[in-house]
Design a protein around this ligand. Sequence first.
Ligand SMILES: Nc1ncnc2c1ncn2[C@@H]1O[C@H](COP(=O)(O)OP(=O)(O)O)[C@@H](O)[C@H]1O
Ligand SMILES: [Mg+2]
Length: 369
Amino acid sequence: MAEVRLEGLRKSFGTIEILRNIDLTIDHGEFVVFVGPSGSGKSTLLRMIGGLEPISGGRLLIDNELVNDIDTADRNLGMVFQSYALYPHMTVKENLAFPLRMARAPKAEIATKIAKTASLLQIDHLLDRKPRQLSGGQRQRVAIGRAIMREPKVFLFDEPLSNLDTELRVQMRVQIAKLHEQLGNTMIYVTHDQVEAMTMADKIVILKDGNIEQVGSPHDLYHYPASRFVAGFIGSPKMNFLAGKVEAAHQHGLDVRLEAGSTISVPVQPDQGLIGKPVTVGIRPDDFSSTPGLQGISIALDVDFVEHFGSVTYIYGLAGDETVVARAPKSGSRKDAGKLTLTAAPADCHVFMSNGKSVLRLQAPATWS
Ligand SMILES: Nc1ncnc2c1ncn2[C@@H]1O[C@H](COP(=O)(O)OP(=O)(O)O)[C@@H](O)[C@H]1O
Ligand SMILES: [Mg+2]
């Protein structure tokens, strides 16, 4: 196990600053996911931790030891990337053994570790095959196995599941999460996929344009996004954003007049300075209900499209001239376009200022939707 600490970490390529002032502590045994859009700097940050990319500024500490200038090989890391990078001419067994053979480990020790690793990853039956005789998922398991063989302090994963088909991704997601439970190592995992981040992470770090946008548990990021960017990135389908203007601030929150029509009262920090200012109200598709008679914030929707997933159905439509998506009630297939009243609990609404930052929520999320 190991603690990894980033203090004011910076990276430039030539004159272009790619990462600015990254401060982050990754605790012993934590599963941390770096997530963000393509180009946000996730891989570069991971490669700096891995020693594959020089650090332009700041400090990188592993177990309180400054490692900025320590070689990759001496950082005691296990790395797994999107491309499996297995040696094609070696069998699975030889691939697994390779890092230990290079370190001149005794044969008996290597054999014991191969047996243990192969059984952990359920690749025992594949040991004599060459990589080309394996499926994508099997190859990725071997690559993970090779990282495990080194008994690293920290595992680094960069989009390890991107080359796999959907079903396999889900299986491997579960397997890596289980592996973390069994091994208890610190793991840092890079992905652009918010579902992987939400399902696997103890702690999510959201990157945007080389800055950390927010750090928190999946629950925190989902329910208390610090910005409109985070709110839109986490959750699928995306949160709905409705334009409005603050009419009043009172002890229970803000009254917002929506462009779509109604005025709603949202339990967020009643900042007087926001009166008269444009804001965006955010409501998740899953926080809408179309059950008649509910008290709450109502929005009239002109339904124009219905999407069936089997277990859940989403309805799309217009509220005023803004597109809104909402989860449909369980009963009744809503095939036809038509008018529908959606209701959301005020406590489930978010308010974002024009600079994109969230207004602090005063109530816990509602549970009735
Ligand atoms: N070797 C490099 N030289 C110049 N620019 C680079 C290099 N590697 C990455 N970048 C730039 O750094 C930014 C972050 O890249 P990267 O860390 O790969 O993002 P992500 O993994 O989040 O998609 C991108 O704008 C990318 O073009
Ligand atoms: Mg990347």
